[in-house]
Design a protein. Structure first.
Length: 257
């Protein structure tokens, strides 16, 4: 049987082992999209579907196609993370590749990826970039999705300079935004939410180092003020005082520069 000429398969994870149809796409028991016979519009057999996929003249395994799908935005982050930790072929493929030159963790691409927090949009962007470099070096054609970069830029733009909150926290807030709002409206909505949550008594903090606003289970603490510490440390120093209303107590953070 000749190998079918089909496009990149979109890998979707399913909760069962049945072949099923979702949004017009048929999947095998592994959750991989099955190639469609163009003449009959029926899925090809599982034996054919588990063979390498073809994009033009480029042969790709279903594992590689899932990586292409993540980079291109067809495979969502949760599904890719599941493959990363649960699929042996994905681990084998990525473990054979060196880690990016800028990586601080691990010697392989796989270990670099599992060192990232894929709930954090910044790390999702890092994962996408590292995988795009790998695919490009392997000569595999791909289209890189702009959505992770756009989301990252939006989350940063919505924050005032004195904040710089963990992006996983900010992204969770953005999930509650009006679903059909435009980009500028979503940015304004998110900024208003952040200003309402991160309250201060008189002025926002003037950080000497990276912003480090404490967040508890009940939400961000209230900033009361900062005290300069002169003549005690070799460097400039300041103490930042926050109030935890749930415990009726204050917490202080020391920074030097």
């Amino acid at each position: 049987m000749s190998t079918p000429k089909i496009g990149v398969a979109c890998v979707l994870l399913l909760c069962d082992n049945r072949v099923c149809r979702q949004d017009g796409i048929v999947h095998n028991r592994h959750g991989c999209a099955l190639p469609i016979d163009r003449k009959t519009a029926c899925p090809l057999t599982l034996a054919v579907a588990n063979e390498p996929y073809f994009q033009g003249n480029t042969c790709m395994s279903s594992t590689t196609s899932s990586v292409v799908g993540f980079v291109g935005g067809q495979l969502d982050t949760a599904a890719f993370e599941h493959l990363l930790y649960e699929d042996a072929e994905t681990e084998r493929l990525l473990s054979a590749q060196p880690a990016p030159r800028y990586a601080h963790a691990g010697h392989t691409l796989y270990h670099y990826l599992i060192s990232l927090d894929l709930h954090n949009p910044a790390d999702v962007l890092n994962a996408q970039g590292a995988l795009a470099e790998f695919l490009h070096a392997a000569g595999i054609p791909l289209c890189v999705s702009e959505k992770p970069g756009q989301l990252h830029a939006l989350l940063l733009a919505a924050q005032p300079k004195w904040l710089d909150v963990d992006l996983a926290y900010v992204a969770a807030l953005l999930d509650k935004a009006p679903p059909h709002a435009k980009k500028s409206e979503r940015t304004q909505w998110l900024r208003a939410q952040l200003l309402a949550l991160f309250r201060y008594a008189k002025k926002p903090p003037r950080w000497l180092q990276a912003p480090s606003w404490p967040i508890e289970a009940d939400g961000p603490l209230v900033f009361l003020g900062q005290l300069p510490v002169d003549g005690y440390f070799h460097d400039e120093a300041a103490v930042y005082v926050f109030y935890d209303a749930s415990k009726n107590e204050c917490r202080s953070i020391l920074q030097t520069c």
